[in-house]
Design a protein around this ligand. Structure first.
Ligand code: NAP
Length: 252
């Protein structure tokens, strides 16, 4: 049975690893191609867009995909919308992995904003030392507030043309640890942390470190997820797939 996993997350990689040795299915991992050197699991992988809803629906049909798992990042809104629409068109069962959001704890100083431009606004007019952990694709709006000094952390280097003049960059891939995050925030004299509400344990320690140091967190809220069945993690997706496989075998 053909399974397509829309990836680019730790959950997608975990699902792919679990299915690598599963004789019941032939799984394909799909990546957008943004990361130049992705860590690939031992299943076939494809890179690049499908060409919108119609392209993805055509892919599902021509490859006889019998189950679609959207394990993209909670902020990858376009591909998730496309997946729901394409699965409906092609009549393919689908599930989305939506990891739980982070929620504020006592002691947190969160300012929740709707999007990245609002995060830039929330930093205000007084120069601050800002830690940006929002990936490398949406940095350009921070150039509109060049009076802050920025420390950017992402898996791969951002395009220098999109960076504020005052930005410095460090490359790092999670998981991170609270004591190291705390040392980094202290060493750099960080006054505000900007993050998307991605959820998950791997990058949460920066929030605990900010809480411990009384640092403001500008938290970008998630886009609205498309309707459909969701599971919180890779294990949930694999359980869903077990059910689809057993139904498929019986030809129901
Ligand atoms: P997006 O805005 O939702 O998608 C833009 C377009 O990229 C889609 O319409 C699709 O092109 C293509 N695409 C996205 N994910 C794809 C996938 N897994 N396989 C094939 N094509 C894909 O996506 P994004 O926010 O740029 O995210 C791109 C990738 O980075 C995703 O794999 C996502 O899981 C990962 N990621 C994103 C974030 C984030 O904050 N956005 C963070 C960590 C990881 P077509 O319309 O041509 O099919």
């Amino acid at each position: 049975m053909e399974v397509l996993i829309l990836g680019g997350t730790t959950e997608a990689s975990a699902i792919a690893r679990a299915l690598a040795g599963d004789a019941r299915v032939r799984a394909m991992l799909s990546l957008a191609g943004r990361t130049r050197a992705p860590v690939l699991p031992a299943i076939p992988a494809r890179r690049g867009g499908f060409g919108g809803v119609d392209g993805l629906a055509a892919y599902l049909r021509t490859h006889d995909v019998a189950a679609l798992i959207d394990a993209t990042h909670p902020f990858a809104a376009q591909i998730s919308r496309n997946a729901v629409a394409a699965a409906t068109i092609a009549g393919v069962p689908m599930v989305s992995v939506l990891r739980p959001q982070w929620t504020a704890c006592p002691g947190d100083r969160w300012t929740t904003v709707a999007d990245i431009p609002a995060a830039v606004q929330a930093l205000g007019a007084t120069p601050r030392r800002v830690f940006l952990t929002i990936g490398q694709q949406e940095l350009a709006p921070f150039s509109l507030a060049p009076w802050h000094s920025y420390l950017i952390r992402s898996v791969e280097p951002p395009d220098p043309a999109l960076l504020p003049a005052t930005a410095r960059y460090i490359a790092a891939r999670g998981p991170f640890h609270e004591d190291e995050e705390r040392r980094l925030l202290e060493r750099e004299g960080i006054e505000a942390l900007v993050t998307k509400n991605s959820g998950g344990a791997a990058t949460a320690p920066k929030l605990a470190a900010a809480r411990a140091l009384g640092i403001e967190v500008v938290m970008v809220a998630r886009p609205i997820a498309p309707p459909g069945e969701t599971v919180p993690d890779a294990a949930g997706a694999l359980a869903w797939l077990d059910h689809v496989v057993s139904t498929w075998k019986r030809g129901v």
